[in-house]
Design a protein around this ligand. Sequence first.
Ligand code: PRX
Length: 647
Amino acid sequence: MEQIFEPYAEFAKDARIKNMDEYHALMNKANDDYEGFWGDYANEKIDWFSPYKQVLDESNAPFYKWFVGGTMNVAHQCVDRHLATRKNKAAIIFEGDNGDQQVITYRELSYEVNKTANLLKNQFNVKKGDRVVLYMPMIPEAAVAMLACARIGAIHSIVFGGFSAEALRDRIIDAEANLVITADGAYRKGKPYMLKPVVDKALEEGCECVKKVCIVERNGEDISWVAGRDYSYNELIKNESSKCEPEPMDSEDPLFLLYTSGSTGKPKGVQHSSAGYILWAQMTMEWVFDVRENDTYWCTADIGWITGHTYIVYGPLAMGATTVMFEGVPTFPDAGRCWSMVEEYQINQFYTAPTAIRLLHKMGENEPAKYDLSSLRVLGTVGEPIDPPAWKWYYEAIGNSKCAIVDTYWQTETGGHMISPLPGATPIKPGCATFPLPGIMAEIIDEDGTPTPIGEKGFMCITKPWPSMIRTIWNDPDRFVKSYFGDCKKDGEPVYFTGDGAMMSDDGYITITGRTDDVINVSGHRMGTAEVEAAIKKHPGVASVAVVGKPHEIKGEGIFAYVVLKGEDTMAEEMEMVQEINKIVLTEIGAIAKCDDIKFVPDLPKTRSGKIMRRILRSIAKGEPITQDTSTLEDPSIVQKIQTCII
Ligand code: PRX
């Protein structure tokens, strides 16, 4: 019998959504009057400069528009509007890798954001609509830079600091950014690491659009300076005034781009809007984490991913919360680091990825017992399904069997949570994202919109537009339509398909079953197999390659590459090739794409029309018996040959 964990009664009685009746009432309201539902929240939550005229414009679907005609500013929403009541409240609590601490109040945040906004305008000539690439460590200046862009209407595009120079270059070029903000580097596991040299390398070729580079000093290591291009943030900021009027932004003006992997080799620049995005970021913070005025909230993600955007910076600040930002890694100086920080800052909500929970469980099963974790009320997970042993340890050892675990299902494209338990209302089943959030019309259907029978896998779709949804793919509207609105229809109209499969139980619980495309999930991050394949193909000795995911104890999925070489190679040469291939992957993408297995095979299993049968390769990688029909293969004997090669 499946175990169900009821919300902790003590918590539920003060929660924003207190029980399932309240949840259903909200859902019914959204069903009965969808635009009224969203319009009311937009009025209540957003500090509009001028009111919107229409809640939702569907006339040019799927290019939906929300809160049409309204003007506001996300930096004003996240900072200015709190100054009347929360001036001296901590906005950001920063802890460095070495344990250095900094508390930034809303007043101080306002001061820094205004100065930085002026710096962008006056020194770097950044204008509304310009793209600014941020290649930053996890330091408060990163959040300040995001908000400064928002304040003047520039569109930021953050590139995760673990991406390589090549990956950074591709993203700079695609976004046609004219400014890059970076840091000399930062600290990791007690040692300095560098970012600026990666920017230098990225800018060597093809980035003529970038006129200036702004460098924040963090670790003080030696870096090279290009005269006329590189400027010190710390020097220039001294001269700027702390008053910069926020630019009135249209609801639909883009707030940021964030590149993510798709099923082709080229990353997609997911474009988010201003009003719709910030509304849902704020509402989900309030509903899903149920953060209270005096709480301290910590999300361990990196600002280079969507989780860092929505749930370290924008969501918490929009609601006026105190958000913790951590530069280091959870295992340094030991696997008790997170728990010591929970004790130190009296964290009330802790949000992390299952991969981190598995790692911390493995490396420090008994660490939590050494700390006082009694401040915790809500625990969150994101990025991949959480497996039962990790769930149990998180629930018992971290949450003392009193905290709800909110398994939040969402994506870069959805902007915020889509399916998640509500901590005071939802009876939780471990490993299950449970129910769509109020206002989110998530349905499991087939291509034609027929609901998938209970207990069977179907397509996880969102059948009505929602405010924080992706608006387009930067510079590629056709790809936007094809990628998300090409596969499923409901009542004859294309609907948003997430790319995930899902299943519903007879009591309506939704379990995400994983991607249905060639995208794998490494440590909770999306990685397109085509992107890794494109990198590996750059090795001159490689004739062809296919990459698949393989279950991995800590990372969830690891990267498994089948490589066909051009010539005959000896064993020793193959060992060298493994190193060379991984070096290329590191240069082209970054350490997150490092292959766990590289196996050399005589050929790939192709159909007569030349299509690689990846399902077979996935089964072989897992060591499963091959049950698929192999008769359509050009050479059915290849299956056995590959199996022999990978032993
Ligand atoms: O496959 C789903 C998985 O992560 C994908 C989104 O990846 P990304 O855009 O990088 O964003 C990650 C952080 C939001 C989804 O398509 N995923 C995300 N959350 C869950 C999940 N799979 C299962 N359970 C989740 N809670």
